[in-house]
Design a protein. Structure first.
Length: 114
């Protein structure tokens, strides 16, 4: 997930909701979309249920990489902790320089689950 800045001539530019670029990858496909911040938590919950169902509810590992000092980091971390009931399979790590370089964004949030 990457935060997206929308440039607009709209007079109240600060009232445009925050948006995120989402890229979901599987072995065979890549889905890309842009969602509003208000919809992102529902989308993540839906995706986790889908992944969890495909493995009979037994996720082996969930890893989230993010900038822990970002304004919304605690919100995303709390969501992931709710979505992953077994905290022994959950790892929340600081976004490393290699991920920042590969995504081109220091505010990216990377989540992998299998």
């Amino acid at each position: 997930m990457l935060p997206v800045n929308i440039n607009s001539s709209y007079k109240l530019n600060s009232e445009i909701p925050s948006t995120y670029y989402i890229e979901k990858r599987t072995k065979t496909e890549t889905e890309k979309c842009i969602v509003f911040e208000s919809d992102i938590f529902q989308l993540l919950e839906k995706q986790f249920k889908l992944v969890s169902t495909s493995v009979s509810g037994l996720l082996k590992q969930v890893t989230m990489h993010l900038d822990k000092s970002a304004a919304n980091a605690t919100d995303f971390e709390s969501l992931i902790q709710k979505l992953v009931p077994h905290h022994d399979v959950l790892a929340v790590e600081q976004l490393s320089p290699i991920y920042i370089e590969s995504t081109g964004c220091a505010n990216a949030i990377l989540i992998s689950a299998f």
